[in-house]
Write a protein that binds this ligand. Structure first.
Ligand SMILES: CC(C)(COP(=O)(O)OP(=O)(O)OC[C@H]1O[C@@H](n2cnc3c(N)ncnc32)[C@H](O)[C@@H]1OP(=O)(O)O)[C@@H](O)C(=O)NCCC(=O)NCCS
Length: 328
């Protein structure tokens, strides 16, 4: 077995890496949007927020059978490494999953990590594989999709107007793209509100968001040709940032969008800002990005509040994921 790290600049390596990921997607999660090589190169280069995962292509006798991913962050959670293993559907049950996991665990041990985790779809194979390797299920995460053509616009306007009545002390602002440097510290403080989203039984610390991390996240999204739309709410009297919602529209497939953070700072909860931010975003998308057809989102199954907002806005379940973790 050959396991080698793929550099973002290695066009052929990225193409092969993306081809394995695409075969896995088509077999295990056909509702997901196809994996594109150019986007994959961007993910390998920038990751989510500037710290890309180590990405490995696994081949046997010249045939690509699997990928492995190894992700850590320098900002927080120094005990943890997050692992990804995708075995090509035509090459399963031959021990490749075991071998890739052993490789990734060795790296985590060498770095002194004391905990490892990973995400899978909720399916028999991953459940059996995780159990065999001593991983415990720590969280259930649900993937939902909103089809914008099916959104009930009358209901949307009603929800928006109703939320506005509860949120008179706040003004809504829209921003496309990168946040000006002077505003990054306040935005970074607000971003930390995402730590209040439930993490169930996962052994993870709160994430730390210095301004440079928020800037790196924006840069990572924008450098791969995506459009970043941020709606935020500001308290009129104090000028404090109270909440935000972020949607990213793909560059290569501008009909596809993804929901990123939605969060309201604790001191400003209870004013329907969650609904207000998301309904404002839908109005904005309709005005400025009318080609967007779908918005995908992930929530912990236990996140009742965010899910009730999403359900009111017509999100439908497309997949169920599991988060696993074990000590090392
Ligand atoms: C889960 C996954 C990684 C397993 O890869 P694999 O190469 O088929 O796994 P291995 O051949 O190394 O299997 C090792 C053992 O795990 C268990 N196992 C793996 N797949 C299983 C399945 N579908 N049903 C039951 N047991 C399974 C078995 O005990 C197996 O040993 P055996 O074949 O001798 O019975 C693979 O199915 C996959 O890529 N799934 C999609 C992505 C994913 O969920 N990855 C999870 C890790 S992040």
């Amino acid at each position: 077995m050959d396991i080698h790290e793929v550099a973002w600049s290695d066009e052929e390596g990225v193409r092969r890496f993306a081809a394995v990921k695409e075969a896995v997607r088509a077999a295990d999660a056909p509702w997901e949007h196809p994996v594109l090589a150019r986007q994959t190169a961007g993910v390998l280069r920038y990751g989510w927020d500037g710290e890309p995962a180590g990405s490995f292509l696994v081949s046997v006798d010249g045939v690509d059978v699997a990928t492995g991913e190894y992700e850590t962050t320098s900002y927080d959670n120094q005990h943890l490494a997050w692992l990804g293993i995708d075995v090509h559907p035509a090459h399963r049950r031959r021990g490749h999953g075991d071998a890739v996991l052993a490789f990734l665990l060795d790296r985590a041990r060498a770095e002194g990590r004391t905990s490892v985790g990973g995400n899978t779809w909720d399916a028999a194979g991953p459940r059996a594989f995780a159990a065999r390797h001593g991983f415990a299920m720590k969280s259930v995460e649900v993937n939902r999709r909103q089809h914008l053509a099916r959104v009930d616009r009358v209901e949307l306007d009603r929800l928006h107007a109703d939320a506005l009545r509860h949120a008179r002390d706040y003004e809504l602002l829209r921003r496309v793209g990168a946040t000006p440097a002077a505003e990054l510290p306040a935005l970074a403080d607000m971003t930390a509100a995402i730590n209040d989203a439930p993490t169930d039984d996962l052994d993870i610390e709160d994430e730390v968001f210095p301004p440079e991390r928020v800037a790196a996240y924006e840069e990572a999204q924008l450098s791969v040709g995506k459009t970043l739309l941020r709606v935020y709410a500001r308290h009129r009297v104090t000028g404090e940032l109270a909440g935000q919602t972020v949607v990213v529209v793909e560059g290569e497939r501008p009909e596809v969008a993804h929901q990123h953070d939605t969060s309201v700072v604790r001191a400003h909860r209870g004013h329907r800002l969650g609904v207000l931010l998301k309904t404002e975003m839908l109005h904005w998308l309709a005005e400025e990005q009318p080609q967007v057809e779908t918005v995908d989102t992930w929530n912990a199954e236990s996140n009742d509040h965010m899910i009730s907002v999403n359900q009111a806005l017509g999100y439908e379940i497309i997949g169920r994921g599991l988060a696993w973790q074990r000590p090392l």
